[in-house]
Design a protein around this ligand. Structure first.
Ligand code: FAD
Length: 480
């Protein structure tokens, strides 16, 4: 009897440093069947949103090509997952199914059920760590519980090191030609109205694209990262988030490549910038730790006082925020960057989230959901942590009374106004003094710049000072 193994790809769309695939290669198998099963219903309300689906299409395409180049083939099937695996086991005669672990609550529940089912059928199962450096249950406070604060969490793990990444396979066994597959296009991931042109032009989904991004970052931005990461007008960050989300590159690979690159760097400053970058990957680990231990946080605040917060039900304000029409240039620029490219700079994510939850007092779940549908890097762990951080109700959150002033954020982090001018061209001719606060510009200045507030660009949706005061008094209600 021949031994065959199914490698079940999910959000680990890479061939190098893929422990499930490596275990299949190193195991006593005559054949390896790589499969991707499309089963969005199994992820409930958190099935991939529109922008993620575009990414997924191209990432699956890239994986498929890579597998073919190595002599194999990606088998694509529709779910339900258990049924699809059962069918594939029948067709291939597989005796084992291997996969890499994920940490969001519905996937964990689904995977447990699949594991039990397969084992009852006498199929060997094995799962592996690929997405994180440190699995959530391996990091504990002195009292044995989960961490809720980043600094001690990162202190506990940052020097632990991680396994060396696994090599790219040279060749893979052929997949029996009788095993049929759907095409990536059959998954209907691309929109029928082509709103995704800018997304396609901005990104290169897939394992090769991920490594190219990392190399570009090392060559051009890491040596200034701690300073430039806050300046949205320049490419000062790695842009690895969507690649990490889909597992086209793993954190171990990034850490090891970084260490190798740093070996040739004498400047202490460069090493310091790299330390800051590593700690951002630490935030990703922390976000997964928090989601694993507090699985209801995508919907409910970690700080239960916020269940009583008097949120405003202002659908019109929410819509203006979504469309980048609030009349506050930094907020509108961020929201328009998101809509066009599927990405928003971290400084802007914090700014627009603070504005929505504090100045507009719209519940954070609405912003979280909009990001979920529009971000190419939408990630349940990172998005949940980010929104609860901004709203002041999550793990290690910004205190509620810390309310970002979006105009001041602009003056500080986009002093040249370049970022706002790019995304809000209707006010681009305003000088630096007024670009972040057009409502304070004298009539003659607006006139000269061809800006008419309320006609060519909106008046501010709220008064920043007044809405700040109202937010603080709403917070007083739940503080008591
Ligand atoms: C309201 C809000 C929502 C967010 N939603 C998401 C999301 O859905 N998906 C997502 O990946 N990130 C999210 N973030 C975190 C952060 O904004 C992005 O990870 C970052 O902007 C991605 O750009 P980059 O890859 O160039 O980051 P870099 O600065 O190059 O950082 C490297 C990597 O570290 C991780 N990272 C960086 N900052 C954070 C952070 N604050 N929390 C967790 N991980 C981090 C990411 O994986 C990132 O790719 C959110 C932040 C906020 C404030």
């Amino acid at each position: 009897m021949k031994n065959r193994v199914i490698v079940w790809f999910r959000r680990d769309l890479r061939l190098a440093d893929n422990p499930a695939l490596r275990a299949a290669i190193d195991g006593d198998f005559d054949s390896i069947v790589p499969v991707f099963i499309q089963a969005p219903d199994e992820l409930g309300a958190w099935a991939p949103g529109g922008a993620q689906r575009v990414w997924q299409h191209f990432s699956l395409d890239a994986l498929s090509t890579q597998l073919e180049n190595l002599g194999s083939r990606l088998i694509i099937r529709h779910g339900p997952t258990q049924q699809a695996l059962d069918t594939l086991i029948e067709e291939s005669g597989a005796t084992a199914v291997y996969w890499n672990r994920l940490y969001d609550p519905l996937t964990i529940e689904r995977d447990k059920a699949i594991k039990t089912h397969l084992e009852q059928r006498g199929i060997e199962t094995a799962s592996f760590k690929a997405a994180l450096l440190h699995e959530p249950w391996t990091v504990k406070t002195g009292q044995g519980g989960p961490y809720k604060v980043f600094t001690p969490f990162w202190k506990a793990v940052k020097d632990r090191g991680s396994e060396a990444p696994l090599p790219m396979p040279d060749r893979l066994p052929e997949v029996w030609s009788r095993i049929g597959s759907e095409a990536v296009a059959d998954l209907d991931l691309l929109p029928s109205i082509p709103w995704d042109t800018d997304i396609r032009a901005t990104w290169a989904p897939g394992e090769d694209g991920a490594h190219e991004r990392l190399e570009t970052f090392l060559e051009s931005a890491i040596d200034k990262y701690a300073d430039d990461r806050d300046r949205p007008a320049i490419a000062g960050t790695s842009y690895l988030s969507p690649h990490l989300h889909w597992g086209e590159i793993g954190p171990r690979q990034i850490m090891h490549r970084l260490a190798e690159w740093l070996d040739d760097q004498d400047s202490q400053a460069v090493h310091d910038h790299a330390t800051t970058f590593r700690s951002e990957l630490g935030w990703r680990e922390f976000a997964h730790h928090v989601l694993y231990h507090f699985p209801d946080t995508p919907d409910a605040p970690l700080d239960k006082r916020f269940e009583q917060f008097p949120w405003s039900q202002d659908d019109e304000a929410l819509e203006l925020w979504q469309r980048g029409q609030t009349g506050i240039p930094m907020v509108d620029a961020g929201m328009r960057e998101l809509w066009a490219t599927g990405y928003m700079h971290n400084r802007l994510r914090m700014t627009v989230a603070s504005f929505l939850t504090k100045n507009l007092r719209v519940a954070w779940q609405h912003g979280e959901r909009w990001f979920w549908d529009t971000l190419v890097d939408a990630d349940l762990a990172n998005n949940t942590l980010g929104w609860q951080w901004a709203a002041g109700c999550g793990a290690d959150a910004a205190p509620f009374f810390r309310i970002f002033n979006p105009a001041r954020q602009g003056e500080r982090f986009d002093a040249s106004g370049d970022y706002v001018r790019h995304w809000v061209p209707e006010i681009a001719t305003l000088g630096n003094k007024h670009i972040h606060r057009p409502w304070e510009a004298p009539a003659a200045v607006l006139d000269k710049a061809g800006v008419e507030l309320g006609r060519t660009y909106p008046r501010p949706l709220v008064d920043l000072k007044e809405s700040r005061r109202e937010a603080l008094s709403a917070f007083d209600e739940i503080k008591r």
